[in-house]
Design a protein around this ligand. Structure first.
Ligand SMILES: [Zn+2]
Length: 483
């Protein structure tokens, strides 16, 4: 089911939730009518982008020495219980397989909610000596979580991601991997045109079983932050729990340190939709668009054949130069076609009328700001690629400027509440000891109706100040409402 953008009339700025839910089916990205609640059917228009997102991250991970593997979807319950904190943290979210044909199973199998306890079972067998390290493996897969409230690409019972599980000889190398994860994110985020904040999460709100958790956040137009990747320094918690050991050159035994990194491919789609779209529909970056250029013939009586032939020449020329394009030769009017492909977020449109066909020129129109340029056929492929790159650069700049405007400093919990109501992050101080931190952050969350401590911004100079709740000395943190 699709609609033209004449029918798509939603106010993104003031009614984001309705805008978002309507664009999902209006642009034919996904169908939520599958008859298991919380599980989504992905349509071609989103799958083409998902394939590019996976490729983007996989290529970057492999540049940094990660290698692909594929692990079973099921994890036996006894694996799951090895790391106590991890088991307690994840058990409420797990789907269990309890039957095999007609028979009850001797041990339950979990559908993986995350795969540490599958990987470390095998790392126990694979790691013997220092020469076996480091191990940097990743898998691209879906994971399963029992969620009551779901929303396509934001929160689902099954969603797409990549997970890396990395083992190192010592703490120093493992911590360097956290830095490297951030670098990988920076490179990929530039292609997605998405600016982000990289927070060190508070101790009382970290991944179950981790020593430290880092979250990659993007602010959506409704003022709620979306975490689209996490990286965890696990210390020796998982290697000790799974008895993963290695001998150094002198034969001395050590427990390796480890990390994991989860780029949330599914949530990146949500971030792309939410950040770049406008009231006419989606706007995809040129580098990741499901279709990069749409060619639209503007018919003129008597000239149809020439126009049609010239459109096909353009298509061949662009494809020969690596640009994904299509000619919309349907019987709809040009105006209808403009609206339709704008709704779908195709970054560039080429309009071809009788004059362009005769003079061998083309008019290129940008989706984001509707800027028009005209060029000769011989310059067209280069021009399309340049215009696409410029569009991506401008999308990133706009998103960066928006993000800078979305941080307000706050001294009191009242000021934090005001910043959140203005759809911003509040930059403030909160008690950093675990006991006081939990208490003050809970009080703040209740007072601000959902404001959560996202953490300390990595890379920002550490300063301390008065806790916005109790007035004692605390660390500088960012607060936001969140998805
Ligand atoms: Zn406090």
């Amino acid at each position: 089911m699709q609609m033209s953008s004449r029918e798509f009339n939603k106010d993104k700025e003031n009614d984001f939730s309705s805008w978002y839910n309507t664009i999902i089916y209006a642009a034919d990205l996904a169908d939520i009518r599958y008859n298991v609640q919380g599980f989504v059917v992905h349509k071609p228009w989103s799958m083409k982008v998902f394939k590019k997102l996976y490729k983007l991250f996989e290529t970057e991970l492999e540049k940094y020495g990660h290698e692909p593997v594929s692990f079973p979807t099921v994890i036996p319950e006894d694996n799951f219980e090895v790391e106590k904190e991890h088991a307690e943290g994840f058990t409420p979210e797990v789907y269990w397989i309890t039957k095999q044909g007609e028979h009850d199973m001797a041990r339950r199998l979990a559908l993986r909610p995350t795969s540490e306890t599958a990987f470390y079972q095998m790392y126990n067998l694979w790691v013997k000596s220092h020469s076996d390290l480091p191990i940097k493996y990743y898998q691209s897969c879906t994971v399963f979580r029992n969620e009551s409230e779901t929303n396509p690409f934001m929160r689902g019972c099954e969603f797409m991601w990549i997970e890396t599980h990395n083992v190192f000889a010592n703490e120093k190398e493992a911590r360097a991997q956290v830095e490297e994860d951030k670098k990988i994110l920076e490179k990929c985020a530039e292609v997605m045109c998405l600016p982000f904040y990289f927070f060190k999460r508070p101790q009382w709100d970290k991944f179950a079983g981790a020593v430290e958790t880092y979250a990659t956040d993007i602010m959506l137009p409704d003022g709620k932050t979306l975490q689209f990747a996490t990286t965890h320094y696990l210390g020796a918690n998982f290697t000790k729990a799974f008895n993963v050991k290695y001998n150094d050159e002198n034969g001395k035994e050590h427990s390796p340190h480890s990390t994991c990194f989860g780029p949330g491919i599914w949530r990146m789609m949500a971030a792309l939709i939410a950040t770049h779209g406008d009231n006419k529909g989606l706007v995809f970056p040129f580098a990741l668009a499901p279709l990069q250029t749409i060619i639209i013939p503007i018919p003129k009586t008597g000239e149809e054949k020439n126009i049609e032939k010239y459109c096909m020449e353009i298509k061949e020329e662009l494809e020969a130069n690596g640009v994904e394009c299509k000619v919309d030769d349907s019987t709809k009017t040009p105006g209808y076609k403009y609206n339709f492909w704008e709704l779908k977020g195709v970054p560039l449109r080429i309009e071809i009328g009788a004059r362009e066909a005769k003079e061998k020129t083309a008019t290129i129109v940008r989706r984001d700001n509707r800027d028009k340029t005209t060029c000769k056929f011989s310059e067209m492929a280069g021009n399309v690629k340049e215009t696409g790159a410029k569009l991506d650069k401008d999308l990133l700049k706009k998103a960066q400027d928006d993000l800078e405007d979305k941080v307000k400093t706050a001294k009191t919990k009242e000021e934090v509440g005001k910043a959140l109501d203005a759809k911003c992050y509040a930059k403030t101080f909160i008690c950093s000891t675990e006991k006081e931190g939990v208490k003050c952050s809970q009080e703040l969350q209740a007072f601000t109706k959902g404001g959560k401590v996202r953490g300390e911004l990595v890379g920002e100079k550490k300063v301390s100040g008065k806790c916005c709740v109790c007035g004692k000395t605390g660390a500088q943190v960012y607060i936001a409402r969140q998805y």
